[in-house]
Design a protein around this ligand. Structure first.
Ligand code: LLP
Length: 414
């Protein structure tokens, strides 16, 4: 049994009917397949076999401790963007020595925590950050390992909100300033130059932009070597896309092939920071139909999951497949699948042809990445439970929040 499949007229997570998961843990509920998580990581590992490489899972895509632990046990490194993510990694049994720290706004406290944990590398995103990091490292008596996140100005051909490698983006340092910044870094006493990094965007379906970015990084690596600045690693970031609908998403091997060709014969260690492609298709959001509303112009299926659980449709107009857990398919009608939140933008899917009745379960597919991780408590809605299915076993890896927990940190005025 692989992943999420229809078996005997019902949708299963591995060997468990999703209806059983809903009965046991309630809805809305994120359900992940351990097998699919492991397969996704193994695809990268296999594509990189025989190379000195470290796959650093981008924690932001799904930061549940159990998921971090699954990848850490398989040998993954981790790409973090906050002190909070560092704490999660440590709590999940991750190895700080395999952590890279990205992000444009690292605070002094976050820098200190990462130095004390002994992370592998800071991906520095500005000249100002470089100076701050040098100062903080001096303060704790350490040398901070650094790479610059360089902006290679490559068009990743994806959604503008998730393109990060263009000149106009807030991320990384400008390509033309990179050499000068490395020279500056060399002159600072509490830094140790380690590598170079880029991340050009997310949900990339074409492997060419990543290879083009790698080529641009190599030109810098060689120019630096000529000045005696020798880098030990090249981090090409994350970004490989997945299939949500009918996109032709390359597998890890096909996606990496052109980049690996560009890097052939290079001695530098290769780092990657995939997020979505490790968890996206390995998770779904299980939800129940509360009401069917047959309006004058539209039909609505009001479900118990909402934009606070899965923000991607509302935020990016992202398309997620929505499948009935026990399909009927006799008299499909066209529905907008909407949540209970008080916003017109609160939808999970528009215009879906489904044969529904009140109480039916639906599975919102490919929700493993940037689903739970971007959830909120808007409308004072407790966040969903999270379950990992392993064959015939279902493990609750995050229990549903309770309502009192949602305002437990608040205090009325005296
Ligand atoms: N490395 C860095 C520095 C990043 O900023 C990101 C994602 C990744 C790696 C992982 O990229 P991935 O392999 O997942 O494409 N919330 C959006 C996606 C935002 C991506 C942010 N950065 C979405 O739901 O589509």
């Amino acid at each position: 049994m692989t992943g999420f499949v229809l078996k005997q007229g019902a949708l299963y997570a591995e060997d468990i009917p999703l209806a059983d998961v809903a009965a046991r843990f309630g809805t809305p509920c994120y359900v992940y397949s351990l097998k699919l998580l492991r397969e996704a990581f193994a695809a990268y590992r296999d594509a990189l076999a025989g190379r000195d490489a470290l796959v650093c899972y981008a924690v932001k895509a799904n930061s549940n401790l159990a998921i971090l632990n699954v990848f850490a046990r398989m040998g993954a490194g981790l790409d973090i963007v906050s002190g909070g993510e560092l704490a999660r990694v440590m709590a999940a049994g991750g190895d700080a020595g395999k952590v890279v720290f990205s992000g444009v706004g690292k605070s002094r406290d976050e820098m200190r925590a990462a130095l004390e944990a002994g992370i592998y590398c800071f991906n520095v995103e500005s000249a100002a950050e470089l100076e701050r990091l040098n100062e903080v490292a001096g303060g704790v008596g350490k040398r901070a390992p650094i790479a610059f996140r360089v902006n290679p100005n490559v068009d990743p051909k994806t959604h503008p909100y998730i393109s990060t490698g263009l000149k106009s983006s807030k991320f990384g340092v400008p390509y033309d300033q990179a050499l000068a910044l490395y020279r500056r870094a060399r002159s600072l006493p509490h830094l140790e130059i380690h590598g170079i990094d880029c991340h050009i965007g997310s949900q990339l379906l074409d492997p060419a932009p990543a290879a083009e970015a790698a080529e641009k990084l190599l030109a810098l690596v060689d120019a630096l070597a000529a000045e005696g600045i020798v880098l030990q690693h090249i981090d090409i970031g994350g970004g490989k896309g997945i299939t949500y609908r009918d996109e032709q998403a390359p597998d890890a091997a096909d996606y990496l092939a052109p980049t690996l060709e560009v890097l052939a014969g290079r001695k530098e260690k290769l780092l990657l920071e995939p997020g979505r492609s490790l968890v996206g298709n390995a998770g779904l959001l299980l939800t129940r139909v509360e009401f069917l509303k047959h309006g004058e112009e539209k039909n609505f299926a009001v479900v118990d999951a909402a934009m606070n659980d899965l923000a991607r449709p509302a935020l990016y107009d992202a398309w997620h497949e929505i499948q009935p857990v026990v399909p009927r398919n006799l008299e499909p009608e066209t529905y907008d699948i909407v949540g209970p939140v008080c916003e017109s933008g609160d939808f999970l899917g528009h215009g879906r042809r489904l044969d529904l009745q009140e109480g039916d379960l639906l599975a919102v597919m490919s929700a493993g990445a940037y689903g739970m991780a971007m959830s909120s408590n808007y409308n004072t809605r407790p966040r969903a439970a999270e379950v990992i299915v392993d064959g015939t076993q279902a493990h609750l890896v995050r229990r549903r929040e309770t309502v009192p927990e949602l305002f437990g940190l608040e205090t009325p005025l005296p």
